[in-house]
Design a protein around this ligand. Structure first.
Ligand SMILES: Cc1cc2nc3c(=O)[nH]c(=O)nc-3n(C[C@H](O)[C@H](O)[C@H](O)COP(=O)(O)OP(=O)(O)OC[C@H]3O[C@@H](n4cnc5c(N)ncnc54)[C@H](O)[C@@H]3O)c2cc1C
Length: 407
């Protein structure tokens, strides 16, 4: 059954660029656009910037080393106020990350709309001209010369009709596991610097007579605090593009985290006083759409250290696939490589750029560039590409910018 609706949607504004999603990639893009003098709107469905960095309770900050630009600024400002360090010397406090990002967005004159959910892309003949979104004020449209899809899932590009890959040949069951992160307090003094907790969790799971869902769990303390995040729950074979499946995965994650917490506090003397604070409001999805771009980053590119003259990011982080076959991780080193701007341009489409984990790449490559330092850097440099395209009136495909990327 189909219901046909006739909608009159008010256009609330016209921008140089609208960025959808305020995660690492979206913040990077919005900051570069704002700093380049572009009239920029940033739309975010939650009430803070940071995406997985903040609402996702993610830590630590991977692949920030040697990066300048926004990544370098964030790390040095967090360090200055004593909110960076701790676990693997690269963890941070979520609230300070939000505050610093908000300050930067204000300074860059980026207009920010929280609690606003993207719903549809305005597109004609493969040219994107705006988006429709909804918030407390109702449904509205905004028009822009460029839209940046930084939703993680490639929602804007998919709504425009851009092609994408998913899992292995479209089979979502091969996508990496999902995780519901959760915070715990009162971490025992001896574990204040963090811990791989497999042995401890496996022992208490055995005592409880249950199977452990994941074999490489970490307790990651937040600097200057008595609490930390647990990266443990693992849900396999759920469809990342289906709300019902995401709901079921979340419910399974909640049961897994309660089990882990209760078994630990009941059977492990050292964790008797551990406190359960809360789970993330967002299910952590490692892998979903990979939009097909003008260039697709290949498995060979990451092994051979590919170089491109339109590079927007420099990736050193190894591939890290959370696989169902071993209920663990399949990791391998890469040769540091470039991400080309063409991997952020959906094939044959105009007026749209994707940034973050949804760019065009093989899933093994995505398993490496998906970490936050790379998403923020590619978002930022894509923002400079867009600003140059707008200022010069040239096709973004004809522009070559050169950035200070460590080589
Ligand atoms: C469980 C887990 C653990 C991880 N651990 C680490 C780690 O330790 N270190 C690391 O560096 N990386 C880690 N990663 C990888 C990293 O977090 C992500 O790959 C990265 O955050 C992707 O950045 P992004 O900007 O593309 O997307 P996201 O961070 O997902 O940001 C997307 C933003 O878009 C918003 N959005 C989505 N849809 C809409 C909509 N319709 N309307 C409005 N807004 C919308 C979201 O709310 C969000 O703010 C982890 C990932 C997961 C899932």
């Amino acid at each position: 059954m189909v219901i046909n609706e006739t909608l009159s949607t008010p256009v609330l504004g016209e921008y140089d660029a609208v960025v959808v999603g305020a995660g690492p990639a979206g913040c990077g893009a919005a900051l570069a656009l704002g700093r380049s003098g572009m009239k920029t709107l940033l739309i975010e469905k939650f009430n803070c910037p940071g995406g997985a960095w903040t609402t996702g309770f993610m830590n630590p900050f991977f692949d920030f080393e040697r990066k300048t630009g926004i990544v370098g600024e964030l790390v040095s400002e967090l360090k200055e106020i004593g909110q960076f360090g701790g676990f693997w010397d690269k963890s941070f406090h979520y609230e300070y990350m939000k505050l610093i990002l908000e300050r930067k967005l204000k300074e860059a004159n980026v207009e920010v709309l929280y609690n606003t959910t993207f719903s549809r892309t305005l597109v004609e003949d493969k040219r994107v001209s705006g988006v429709v979104a909804e918030n407390i004020g109702g449904r509205f449209a905004v028009l822009a010369k460029y839209i940046v899809d930084a939703t993680g899932d490639g929602n804007v590009a998919a709504s425009a009709g851009c092609l994408f890959d998913l899992g292995v040949d479209g089979d979502f069951r091969e996508c990496q596991a999902m995780t519901l992160m959760f915070l715990v307090g009162n971490i025992p003094e001896q574990y204040k610097s963090g811990l791989m907790i497999y042995e401890k969790l496996n022992a208490v799971y055995e005592k409880a007579g249950k199977q452990i869902p994941f074999k490489v769990p970490y307790l990651i303390p937040v600097p200057n605090s008595h609490f930390g995040v647990v990266q443990f729950t693992h849900m396999y074979e759920y469809d990342p593009l289906n709300a019902k499946a995401l709901t079921e995965a979340t419910m399974e994650g909640r049961q897994q985290l309660i089990d882990a917490f209760e078994f630990l506090t009941e059977y492990d003397e050292e964790f008797r006083d551990l406190e359960l604070i809360t789970s993330s409001s967002v299910l952590g999805v490692r892998e979903s759409r990979r939009i097909i771009g003008e260039y697709c980053i290949t498995g060979d590119d990451i092994l051979q250290g590919a170089r491109f003259d339109d590079a927007v990011a420099y990736v050193t982080f190894g591939a890290d696939l959370h696989t169902k076959s071993n209920k663990g991780q399949h990791c391998f080193a890469v040769r540091p490589y470039h991400i080309p701007m063409r991997a952020l341009l959906p094939k044959d489409y105009r007026g749209i750029v994707v940034a973050g984990r949804c760019i065009s790449g093989a899933r093994e490559a995505m398993a490496s560039y998906r970490v936050t330092g790379n998403c923020a850097q590619m978002g930022e440099n894509a923002g400079y590409y867009i600003a140059e395209a707008i200022k010069s009136g040239r096709d973004i495909r004809d522009i070559k910018l050169s950035f200070q990327l460590t080589d």
